[in-house]
Structure formats: structure tokens, C-alpha cells
Design a protein around this ligand. Sequence first.
Ligand SMILES: NC(=O)C1=CN([C@@H]2O[C@H](COP(=O)(O)OP(=O)(O)OC[C@H]3O[C@@H](n4cnc5c(N)ncnc54)[C@H](O)[C@@H]3O)[C@@H](O)[C@H]2O)[C@@H](O)CC1
Ligand SMILES: [K+]
Length: 216
Amino acid sequence: MMTQSITVEESRELDDKTINKIGIPSLVLMERAGLKIYEDMINNKDLNLDNVLILAGTGNNGGDGLVVARLLETHGYNVSILTVGNPDHASHDHKAQAHICDYYQIKKVFMNEKFDKYTTLVDALFGSGLSRNVGGDFATIIDKANASAAKIHAIDIPSGLNGDTGEVMGTAIKAASTSTIAYPKVGMLKDEAKPYTGKIYVDDIGIYRGNSFENE
Ligand SMILES: NC(=O)C1=CN([C@@H]2O[C@H](COP(=O)(O)OP(=O)(O)OC[C@H]3O[C@@H](n4cnc5c(N)ncnc54)[C@H](O)[C@@H]3O)[C@@H](O)[C@H]2O)[C@@H](O)CC1
Ligand SMILES: [K+]
């Protein structure tokens, strides 16, 4: 059982070490993340997956969200994607996932979309890359998501929540459940973070701290 928590910086160092020193390709980690998040959602009986909207930023957190979109689509669920931010400036792995989503012709919606027809929203706006207060279109979408009747499942860290302190950076997603990658981040376990994280799933995707793999 992995119950340790880590800082956001450590999570980024572990990602980097796993990819660049150990040699597991980043797209393999992203695929494993997406598969685990998809399974968490399927197994969470509190989520109604009749009509799912993926809220995707243009980084790798959004890339994880696009893997979930594709897995939902290929398993027959009704799923749409709202990309927030400039797709031309998306991360390499995000662009690779967007290309795959295009192959499957997954429905795309835009900023003016009404959220009330969706049963579940997936928060893939920001994860460990959040570096400043949330504003502009991102804040608009977070506030619209929180105001909607749909439940929110967050990927890695609820967007806008400071993963180290558990504080809200401007505004933050209030998730019913969160799939966090590798280890929970320290701020997510604080009492004040609970209304934002909801139930936390910890997803093993092959990223390990120190020698913890020896205990697997
Ligand atoms: N390849 C990897 O390293 C892995 C990454 N993973 C996922 O990738 C996430 C990290 O991805 P990224 O490093 O691409 O970062 P994010 O996707 O968290 O953020 C994307 C970008 O948003 C920008 N940004 C930060 N704060 C902002 C703000 N307030 N307003 C507007 N833009 C802002 C930053 O330039 C940042 O790089 C993790 O949380 C996890 O979900 C997982 O797939 C596991 C493997
Ligand atoms: K997120």
C-alpha cells in the first residue's frame, strides 16, 4: 500500500527521473495514467457516466484527460472534449493524444457550452504544472463547472488547488473524486482541501519514490 504523500516539485522530479533516467517513455506513463483514471471512474458508483465532458488544458494533465476521453469513446460512452487554452501551444504528448482523439472523431465543444446536460465533468485543466493564480477562461470554466449539477472527477490535482498547501489559487475545482498520479500531493491531504479533492484514488502508473518499488 502506498500511503506516502509528496510535494508537487517531487512529483515533477519523479516524472522526470522515470522518463529521462529510468527510460519509461512519457506516452507510456500517460497511457497508464489514463487507463487507471478510466477504471477509477468506471468503479466509482457515485459517478453517472451517461454523458461526460472532458475539460482539457493544453499540458500533460489535459493529455491524461484526452486518454480518458478516448477510452470512454471506444467503450461506447457519450463523451465530448472542451479544450481550454491555445492548442497550437499544447505539450508534445497532449498533441499526440489530440491527434488520436481526432481519429475517433470525438465530439468537440467550445467555451459557450452549457454544462447542465452532462452527468460527469472530468477536470484535466491543470495538474502539477499549475504555477500561478487561475484567471481568464480557466477561471470561467472552473466556476461554471462548480456551478453545474454534474459531478466532477479531477485528474491528479483539482485544478486551482495548490498541491503543496491545499490553498485555492484564485478559484479551484470542487471535485467529487480525484485520481491522483503515483502519490497524493501533501496539500491534498489537508482538511481544507477535502471539499476540493473529494474521494481520492491513488493510481500506480510505474512512478516510484526511492526504493518503494521493492515493496510492491
Ligand atoms: N509525462 C509526464 O511527466 C507525466 C505527466 N502526467 C500528467 O501531467 C501533469 C503535468 O503536466 P504539465 O507539466 O504539462 O503541466 P499541467 O498540465 O499541469 O499545466 C499545463 C501548463 O499550464 C500552464 N499554467 C500554469 N499555471 C497556469 C495558470 N494559472 N493559468 C494558465 N496557465 C497556467 C503552465 O505553463 C503549465 O505547463 C501531471 O499533473 C499529470 O496529470 C501524467 O500523465 C504522468 C506522466
Ligand atoms: K486537474
